[in-house]
Design a protein around this ligand. Structure first.
Ligand SMILES: C[S@@+](CC[C@H](N)C(=O)[O-])C[C@H]1O[C@@H](n2cnc3c(N)ncnc32)[C@H](O)[C@@H]1O
Length: 388
């Protein structure tokens, strides 16, 4: 009898697939139908009424105007319907995930154990049980994921990582009708290819990914830069175990380490590239500047720091979308969403000692994925400039 090779794919019954499709449909209903109709009411009714009351045009960058829009939206039945459907769809998503995992987790754990204990392993995993997991992850159920990212019940536990990945299949991209990356490609390919195109002379020997999570993007760096040593850190152990098992299943050699991105345990200038994907918007207003400063500190002269995150800054998106995002902060497991949106990322890089001439903040879209990135980072000069 042949034993099937262990795999990290989620298994759903026919009915569970139908429920999953229903949940994505519900999210699309909220985002592509209810919110669209509500936005049309916003432009036709709320904007003129507020402008008349204030005696001036609304300003997409004003927090006061954002508050006024939120108050006005609260009187709209459609807003309450949008909030209800959004809240409900996220709740039933996690109910489905929990049900599937109640059956499938032992198999997924065994598959992960298989990869994590392979005798000829390419990856390494270094956990630090003494690490004080930062409060943004230890105390918050981000995305309303039950138990959050950091809960673990035993020393090999991969549940947090498995749930994170599975939950993402019914997450914002799917709910907004956006296609994900093509199979075998990830946000890491987008970042790596952008860096290659912009800095063709850079031949990184060491690459660091901060806040790698379940490592969805990390193997892209070993593919894109086969000569480089790739290190990936996160503070959540269950995500790292999953990330390591996933990378091993892909044959990618990556060193995963449990570490706090705001307090990196690497020497100054250790890496030629420091990257992240959707990390900043999950950090506190105290954590974000530290993460930027640490990314810069561990970057070698001549190296590139490149962070890609959600493009939800006021002015880039209008007051209506900001109001809906503000709701997500309080009710839908995105507590740091608006702190991120309002952060002056350029100012934070300046405070970290990055010369203005070397840094960038830029909106970019990846050709194969709908939606935009807010990218920020810097190229460290070979010879350090004196920052005034
Ligand atoms: C939205 S997830 C993104 C994960 C991954 N980069 C991806 O694209 O799927 C944000 C990640 O940042 C990690 N994180 C947040 N704050 C951190 C910190 N201070 N130190 C290390 N990791 C942190 C979380 O544990 C989580 O895995």
């Amino acid at each position: 009898m042949t034993v099937p090779a262990p795999d990290l794919n989620f298994r759903m019954t026919h009915d569970e697939r139908a429920r999953s499709a229903f949940i994505v449909g519900l999210k699309k209903k909220a985002n592509l139908s209810i919110a669209v109709e509500l936005e049309s009411r916003f432009h036709k009714k709320i904007v003129p009424a507020l402008q008349q009351k204030l005696g001036r045009p609304l300003d997409d960058t004003s927090r006061e105007d954002r508050k006024a829009v939120i108050e006005a939206l609260k009187n709209e039945q459609l807003y309450r319907l949008w909030a209800y459907v959004t809240y409900l769809s996220q709740g039933v998503k996690w109910e489905l995930v929990e049900e599937i995992f109640a059956k499938d987790l032992p198999r997924l754990q065994a598959a992960a154990d298989h990869f994590l204990s392979a005798p000829d392993k390419k990856c390494t995993l270094t956990l630090n049980p003494d690490l004080k997991i930062p409060a943004n992850i230890a105390k918050v159920e981000i995305h309303r994921q039950p138990g959050g990212f950091s809960r673990e019940t035993h020393a090999r536990d991969i549940a947090a990582g498995a749930k994170y990945n599975f939950g993402a299949t019914m997450g914002p991209s799917a709910g907004q009708g956006r296609a994900g990356f093509k199979p075998g490609r990830s946000a890491g390919d987008f970042v790596a290819e952008t860096i290659k195109a912009r800095y063709p002379a850079l031949k990184p020997k060491r690459i660091l990914e901060v806040g790698c999570g379940t490592g969805r993007n990390t193997p892209s760096y070993t593919r894109q830069f086969p000569e480089a040593e790739v290190v990936a850190i996160d503070c959540a152990p269950g995500l790292l175990r999953w990330a390591c098992a996933f990378a091993e299943s892909q044959g990618a050699a990556i060193h995963f380490k449990q570490m706090d991105a705001t307090d990196l345990e690497f020497a100054d200038g250790h890496f030629d590239m420091v990257v992240s994907h959707i990390l900043g918007h999950e950090m506190t207003t105290q954590g974000l500047p530290k993460m930027i400063a640490e990314s810069w500190r561990v970057l070698a002269p001549g190296g590139v720091m490149f962070h890609a995150d959600v493009a939800i800054q006021p002015g880039h998106i209008n007051l209506f979308d900001q109001a809906l995002n503000q709701w997500q902060v309080r009710h839908n497991g995105e507590p740091f969403w608006m702190g991120w949106a309002d952060a002056d990322v350029g100012g934070l890089m300046k405070k970290a000692g990055i010369p203005a001439a070397d840094m960038f903040t830029e909106y970019m879209s990846s050709t194969e994925r709908g939606g935009e990135w807010f990218c920020y980072g810097a190229h460290k000069a070979q010879k350090q400039r004196v920052v005034p």
